[in-house]
Design a protein around this ligand. Structure first.
Ligand SMILES: Nc1ncnc2c1ncn2[C@@H]1O[C@H](COP(=O)(O)OP(=O)(O)O)[C@@H](O)[C@H]1O
Ligand SMILES: [Mg+2]
Length: 304
């Protein structure tokens, strides 16, 4: 049995399911939003994989779970429980209980996770990973995380006014800082949230799909700083120097990844600068335009 963490109507989860089916492998979708309302779980915390998970009335012994593909994690639901004055306390306590049980279970389930909850938790500490990569000799952009405008201005000057900003956690477009963008109004927003600033690596994007010991890499041709803003972006297969390939594997080891979509910037001076290693990258578009056998590689990993 292979668990697909995600929902049936999401393209990548669906594609993995289709491939598994074609190979005669049993799989099941796990949408954690349904826990504990309609997903039932028991496990003996002092034993290895002793217990059961019941999804859609199908009871699966934990020892039958061969691997787990982590596509989307929706965590547990917050539900409002009416309890007079104590409603808010009760509702958030129950949410915490659900979360603690589920996360402990994900950490405990001893299976072939692609990728593990530990890897996802690490990925959310992006700036920490950036420092770990640097410590291990991987070239990363100079990075500042701050909510202090004076620190930002100093960093801006120190880096010849050539920096970008993006969210600390990710998920929004990367943009360049200019003298014009440093208005009092903009700087005041730092009081609401810290921001991540980096030296701007002028050049092109490279996306690497990495599987245990195989790499597929392509240059992304886009007309915007952040390639996702350009819907017409193209991927052109490219070979990477040995040292860059080694750094990809090193990065995966540090980030606890068996499979990853690694973002690199190749600067105009020919320097490879590592941006991040994603634990559950999208791959359907890349597979279609490059012909890289990405789904097959992922399936191979799940069945290994
Ligand atoms: N320091 C940088 N210099 C130049 N481009 C960058 C830099 N950081 C990010 N980018 C561009 O923005 C994209 C998104 O940034 P990234 O850190 O990968 O965040 P996300 O989590 O949103 O994917 C990168 O793939 C790259 O194209
Ligand atoms: Mg990225």
């Amino acid at each position: 049995m292979i668990v697909i963490l995600g929902v049936e109507n999401e393209a990548h989860a669906k594609r993995v399911a289709t491939y598994l089916q074609a190979k005669g492998e049993e799989y099941i979708f796990l949408d954690t939003q349904n826990y504990p309302n309609s997903i039932f779980l028991d496990w003996e915390a002092t034993e290895r994989n002793k217990g059961n998970i019941t999804i859609n009335n199908k009871k699966i012994p934990l020892s039958d779970i061969k691997s787990a593909y982590w596509r989307n994690f929706s965590d547990v639901k917050y539900e409002h429980f009416e309890d007079g004055e104590n409603s808010e306390f009760l509702s958030s306590m129950l949410e915490r209980e659900r979360r603690s049980a589920l996360h402990s279970f994900f950490y405990s389930l001893d299976t072939n996770w692609v990728n593990s909850m530990h890897a996802f938790d690490l990925h959310k500490k992006k700036a920490f990973l950036t420092s770990e990569f640097k410590k291990n000799g991987i070239r990363v952009p100079k990075t500042l995380i701050t909510n202090d405008k004076d620190a930002l201005i100093r960093f801006y000057e120190e880096n010849d006014k050539n920096i970008i900003y993006k969210p600390v956690l990710g998920g929004a477009y990367t943009q360049k800082i200019t003298d014009e963008s440093l208005t009092d109004e903009q700087l005041a927003t730092l009081k609401v949230s810290p921001v991540q600033f980096q030296e701007f690596v002028d050049g092109v994007d490279i996306r690497v799909y990495a599987f245990k010991n195989t790499l597929y890499s392509a240059i992304i041709e886009a007309s915007t700083i952040d390639f996702r803003e350009d819907m017409e972006s193209k991927l052109i297969p490219v070979d990477l120097p040995k040292k860059v390939q080694e750094d990809c594997f090193k990065m995966m080891k540090i980030a606890d990844l068996k499979y990853s979509g690694i973002d690199i910037r190749l600067s105009n001076k020919g320097e490879y600068v590592f941006i991040e290693a994603n634990p559950a990258p999208m791959f359907i578009h890349a597979e279609r335009v490059t012909g890289f056998p990405l789904t097959e590689e992922l399936i191979k990993l799940l069945l290994s």
